[in-house]
Design a protein around this ligand. Structure first.
Ligand code: KG4
Ligand code: ZN
Length: 353
């Protein structure tokens, strides 16, 4: 089965072709970073318009790269939520119209399920069951995963998501949007133990997180260190960035280990933008080695938003669905998206071996 995947939930337009026999055939991505940079964050209306502008040229480029014709497509997967309403609607309308014109099924994919399954695109995919740590700009969640759609949330952030904490702290350090990768780059030159940030909520039982206090800690530290200047010196800012990053990584690692012990599972999958963070990967590998755990993650470009994860998750669901083309029940023309969509609400699927 050949499936086209379309991601447009936020500020990246991502497309990919996934073939059940040959794997990932091609993928491309257009990032709107430059468009939103001057505003210090994503402007939803600009994002929607840019998705509308880029989808068709990216699709043509994708077909050319994979040497595939649109008539070869057997299904289309698009991100149906969570995300920005307008941006989601652009992708959904595009996907549904194309599917209708080709008389093939279209399926709405949960963005976080896409992230969660992305490590399966790698050469050493994780087997079920596993614990997933989903860490993106909008989500921080620990999930027990028994299979596709068989998710149980074990814990989540009670305030900021990990990526959001990175972005907000980066702003305090006067770094450009997107803050996470820029803060991580600055942290590389810093001393992570010069300033000791707290490890929030690790001194009490449970698997929930809280990251908003780290941002406040950073704000106070910056105020204390800058003297009469607008900001501390670059080396001190690097130390603050490194201390913050290590605190996030160690806090996540403590909870991940706890989740493995609690569930009796030994595989940990990390997914979402923050899983691209090198310090987090290192801290987690060390923590997991102590409990004989195994760590899985996607290649860097598939940690952040991309079309490949949507094509893959869509394929898993399309392959398990039964569509009766003659009865024409394979294409529901209603364009529905869910800006908010709890992962636990997804139906599980019956997969043939
Ligand atoms: O999954 P993603 O691309 O989009 C959402 O679904 O939100 O995640 C984006 C988030 C942003 O907050 C970004 O700053 C963060 O992931 N991020 C990182 C890194 N790369 C992306 N945070 C820390 N270190 C990175 N290397
Ligand atoms: Zn994402």
């Amino acid at each position: 089965m050949l499936v086209l995947g379309i991601e447009s939930s936020c500020d990246e337009t991502g497309l990919a072709l996934y073939c059940s026999q040959r794997g990932l055939l091609a993928h491309n991505i257009y990032s709107q970073v430059k468009l939103h940079k001057d505003f210090g964050g994503v402007v939803p209306e600009l994002a929607s318009r840019d998705h509308a502008r880029k989808l068709l040229p990216l699709l043509e480029q994708l077909f050319a790269e994979a040497d595939v014709a649109r008539g070869d497509l057997e299904g289309i997967a698009y991100t149906a939520g969570p995300g920005l309403m307008g941006a989601l609607l652009v992708g959904a309308s595009f996907a549904k119209s194309l599917a209708w014109s080709l008389d093939i099924p279209a399926i709405g994919v949960h963005h976080m399920e896409g992230h969660l399954l992305a490590p399966m695109l790698e050469s050493n995919p994780p087997a079920f069951p596993f614990v997933a740590l989903l860490v993106s700009g909008g989500h921080t969640q620990l999930v027990a995963v028994e299979g596709v759609g068989r998710y149980q949330t074990l814990g989540e952030s009670v305030d900021d998501a990990a990526g959001e904490a990175f972005d907000k702290t980066a702003k305090l350090l006067d770094l450009d949007y997107p803050g996470g990768p820029n803060l991580a780059a600055l942290a590389e030159t810093g001393d992570a133990v010069k300033f000791r940030f707290p490890r929030p909520m690790t001194d009490r039982p449970g698997l929930d997180f809280s990251f908003s206090g780290l941002k406040t800690f950073a704000r106070n530290l910056i105020a204390a260190e800058r003297g009469t200047a607008p900001l501390p010196s670059r080396p001190v800012m690097a130390d603050i960035a490194a201390g913050f990053e290590l605190a996030v990584a160690e806090t996540l690692a403590i909870k991940c280990r706890r989740a493995l012990v609690q569930t009796g599972m030994r595989r940990l999958v990390i997914a979402g933008g923050v899983s691209a963070n090198k310090t987090l990967r290192e801290v987690l590998s060390t923590a997991l080695a102590k409990v004989d755990g195994e760590l899985f993650y996607a290649r860097q470009e598939f940690c952040t938003d991309n079309g490949a994860m949507i094509a893959y998750a869509g394929w898993r669901r399309l392959a398990a669905a039964s569509f009766d083309v003659a009865a024409n029940n394979h294409l529901d023309l209603a364009v529905e998206v869910r800006p908010r969509w709890p992962l636990d609400e997804l139906p599980s699927i019956q997969e043939s071996a």
